[in-house]
Design a protein around this ligand. Structure first.
Ligand code: HAM
Length: 425
């Protein structure tokens, strides 16, 4: 690797910098607000865990078997970098035993050694929620409604909801056996990789993307035909709940998603604004056995994760404009060295009053400062010049229209507040 390459971000990872990061800030803030309204608190878990925590989510899944970043620390511990958020949150639940229902949200990076391409990265960020300790279909509906509303708020109106049920522990073995029999009977010619996957876990074949396998996948038995009465009733209740909230969905009997922990409801939002191979904006489902597998009490759970980079790509593709620059006011220093701390003091005071304020540095000429002000994206500039100072005033300029007014210094904050609230002054 050349020296130049060493000092570039590794393949499949990327920096998020201004102004693009402005969009990230806005998305995360909206998600945090939505999670708050639904009663979810923030959970921050470590970026690495004992490797067994992640192996629990499915030793036969690509994410764990092939893509996990594994390391051994100097104490000889085998650790894994988090490939997904659910395992860490459930580990935290099992460790701390909070009183259920326990509803948390997160924003966190995940690491998967994937084939890097647009929309698929080796470090990606997820916004997600997990709700533990509730078996009621109402919580399935709540979790899906939270995500649907979040996408709607962002302007991602083309996000399609796919819904499936993975059944329950009672009926899964019967379904898996039927599936295995089907694949063995009809897929013998598809080669050793196919047969190995069928042997390890035939559910994992259902979501395989290999083109040659699609015919035998298409004709496979469907999960929803093998539901127990209890699982079918629960699935009906989830669908009725979504209909009652006016949330459209399509039944997707082959939606199994990439982890072994799923039971009952699974769902995914897909967007046609994304490339077909990675069109999932976000997805999730129930995992009623996971806490117990980690040594905790039997605890139902449901949640989702939504890729932040994918949300950004979908917003860009849908033409949703990025939020404007965060600066409210640009302060132009017309006093120079003679002004002492006058301008610095004004900037600091406005910031204390809650305005996002920027300025130029390094004693630049007033003309140069106006140029920076124009480029700053701020709607307004405040100029402190010698003339204004003698009248204890400042000049306020609308940077879009060029209109300028003089405002007494003592009334500046009130003027800016009124202006921000859109009232005529
Ligand atoms: P997942 O489907 O593997 O589920 O990931 C959730 C979302 O993360 C995907 O829908 C996609 O938007 C994004 N994503 C996944 N991998 C990548 C990648 N390599 N690059 C960019 N974006 C990616 C989970 O991780 C589960 N923990 C979701 C869950 C929560 N289920 C229950 N609770």
């Amino acid at each position: 690797m050349s020296r130049d390459d060493l000092f570039r971000a590794p393949k499949g990872v990327h920096d998020v910098l201004p102004p693009e990061s402005g969009r990230w800030t806005a998305i995360v803030a909206r998600f945090a607000e939505r999670a708050r309204r639904y009663g979810y608190g923030l959970a921050i878990t470590p970026m690495f865990e004992h490797i067994e925590v992640f192996q629990r989510v499915g030793e036969h899944t690509d994410v764990v078997a092939k893509e996990m970043y594994e390391l051994t620390d100097k104490g000889g511990r085998r650790l894994g970098l988090r490939p997904e958020g659910t395992a860490s949150v459930v580990r935290a639940y099992v460790q701390h035993r909070p009183t259920p229902p326990w509803k948390v949200w997160y924003v966190a990076p995940n690491f998967r050694y994937e084939r890097a391409q647009k929309g698929r990265y080796r470090q990606h960020w997820q916004l997600g929620v997990e709700a533990l300790g509730v078996a009621d279909p109402d919580i399935d509906v709540e979790v899906i409604a939270l995500l649907a509303g979040f996408y709607r708020d962002l302007g991602l109106t083309d996000a399609r909801l796919l819904l499936n049920s993975m059944g329950d522990a009672a009926t899964r073995p019967e379904f898996v056996a039927a599936l295995r029999a089907h694949f063995v009977a009809h897929g013998r010619a598809l080669g050793p990789e196919f047969l190995e996957r069928v042997e390890a876990n035939p559910l994992r074949v259902l979501d395989a993307k290999v083109p040659d396998w699609q015919d035998v996948i298409e004709s496979a038995p469907q999960l929803t035909e093998h539901l127990s009465d209890a699982a079918a009733t629960e699935f009906e209740a989830v669908q009725a709940g979504l209909r009652a909230l006016g949330i459209d969905f399509e039944l997707a009997p082959r939606l199994v998603r990439g982890f072994d922990y799923y039971t009952a409801t699974t769902f995914e939002f897909q967007s046609d604004a994304l490339d077909a191979a990675q069109n999932a904006l976000g997805g999730g489902g129930r995992y009623d056995g996971l806490a117990e597998e980690m040594g905790g009490p039997p605890t139902p759970g449901i949640g989702f994760g939504s890729g932040l980079e994918r949300i950004v790509l979908a917003l860009e593709a849908s033409g949703v404009p990025a939020p404007a620059s965060g600066t409210d006011v640009f302060v132009v220093d017309g006093l120079g060295a003679e002004g002492g701390t006058t301008v610095g003091g004004l900037v600091e005071a406005l910031r204390s009053d809650g305005f996002a304020v920027d300025r130029a540095y390094g004693g630049r000429s007033v003309k140069a400062q106006w140029k920076v002000a124009d480029r700053s994206g701020a709607p307004l500039a405040v100029m402190v010049g010698r003339d204004e100072l003698t009248r204890d005033a400042v000049a306020v300029k609308d940077l879009a229209s060029g209109e300028q007014v003089e405002v007494p210094r003592s009334g500046l904050v009130a003027w800016l507040v009124q202006r921000r609230e859109g009232r005529a002054v």
